[in-house]
Design a protein around this ligand. Structure first.
Ligand code: PHE
Length: 331
């Protein structure tokens, strides 16, 4: 081979490589083409091997021409690689384009939970009647949940409460009544307090959940009487339901009240129990240092879910705990 034929061959080779590169449309195509020209067994290397057949004085020039071709092809390879990847980028970007004319995602608005709403309605009424809102811990000790409320050790009333006991001798309060004790320990009589909160009992069926809400009311004043209690509850229930209610007291038993009653209201021709109440037992008042020659007291405890179900006509207790936004949005 002489220099002229070599030049011609190189030109043809270059043209062929560039056409092939241009028609490639994937990274692996390009790499295959690269190898077929510049790889170990590629066409450029084959030509290099043929350099030996050139006369000494032409060999250098032939070598330079081959190197030129080599760098031209490497350059072409680089260019096509870059342009292919920018083409891919472009495609990706145009696919990802945001259509700002599309409607947005609607953020679902929450609402006040019916239990919270009911607690607020009840506390609002009692605050207007001069009651202070008080709270206490949900993890209690036996003393506040039972003993100070006149429920001695081994008293059968303890079994009625289905208590959740904690590892460290504590328990989850079974009612909001311990807040009565905690408040009377903290402050001197007279007292008018209302205490909303969560309570816990080992009880779970269609009409009971292991956690529910109670509201405790306590009045300790000179001359606080059973008839006052009934009058107050009557006013409260009529305010809450926004209509006249028929209220009935039924004799009952709580260790911390004497006498005790359960209050029923007439609901669609039936009597329905809504709360427990009574005159605070002298043992309870004495235990927290209240002078029972001056003061007497009454207390009541009502179930919030029960009240909400009646007022808002909610047929199933479970609806309170499922957090279904369609249910919650009705309030
Ligand atoms: N603590 C009682 C209960 O959970 C209710 C109650 C409160 C009764 C205050 C009387 C006085 O059942």
């Amino acid at each position: 081979m002489n220099l002229d034929t070599l030049k011609k061959t190189l030109l043809e080779l270059k043209a062929k490589a560039i056409t092939e590169f241009k028609s490639a449309d994937s990274r692996s195509d390009i790499d295959d083409i690269y190898r077929s020209f510049l790889g170990k067994k590629g066409e450029v290397n084959l030509l290099l091997k043929s350099l030996g057949s050139f006369p000494q004085e032409k060999r250098k020039e032939a070598g330079m021409l081959l190197n030129e071709l080599k760098s031209d092809l490497e350059e072409a390879y680089l260019q096509i690689t870059v342009s292919l990847s920018s083409k891919a980028n472009q495609e990706r970007l145009s696919n990802e384009k945001i259509d700002t004319s599309l409607p947005g995602f609607q953020a679902r608005k929450g609402s006040v939970h019916p239990v919270s709403k009911t607690i607020k309605e009840i506390c609002d009424f009692f605050e207007k009647m001069g009651f202070d809102v008080e709270s206490g811990p949900e993890a209690e000790i036996d003393y506040y949940n039972f003993e100070a409320l006149n429920v001695p050790e081994d008293h059968p009333a303890k079994d009625m409460h289905d208590t959740f006991y904690l590892n460290n001798a504590g328990l989850l309060r079974t009612h909001t009544s311990p807040v009565q004790i905690r408040t009377m320990e903290k402050r001197d009589a007279p007292h008018r307090i209302i205490c909303p909160g969560k309570v816990y009992r080992k009880d779970s069926d269609l009409t009971h959940t292991p956690m529910f809400h109670q509201i405790e009311g306590l009045v300790v004043e000179e001359g606080a009487s059973f008839s006052q209690l009934k009058g107050l509850l009557n006013d409260f229930l009529e305010d809450f339901f926004g209509e006249k209610v028929e209220l009935r007291f039924r004799p009952s038993y709580f260790p911390f009240t004497e006498p005790s009653a359960e209050a029923d209201i007439r609901w669609n021709k039936n009597w329905l129990e809504v709360l427990g109440c009574g005159m605070v037992h002298p043992n309870v008042l004495k235990g927290v240092g209240v002078d029972t020659k001056i003061y007497s007291g009454f207390a009541f405890g009502l179930g919030v879910e029960r009240m909400a179900m009646l007022k808002y006509d909610i047929p199933d207790l479970r609806a309170f705990f499922e957090n279904d936004i369609r249910f919650l949005n009705q309030f």
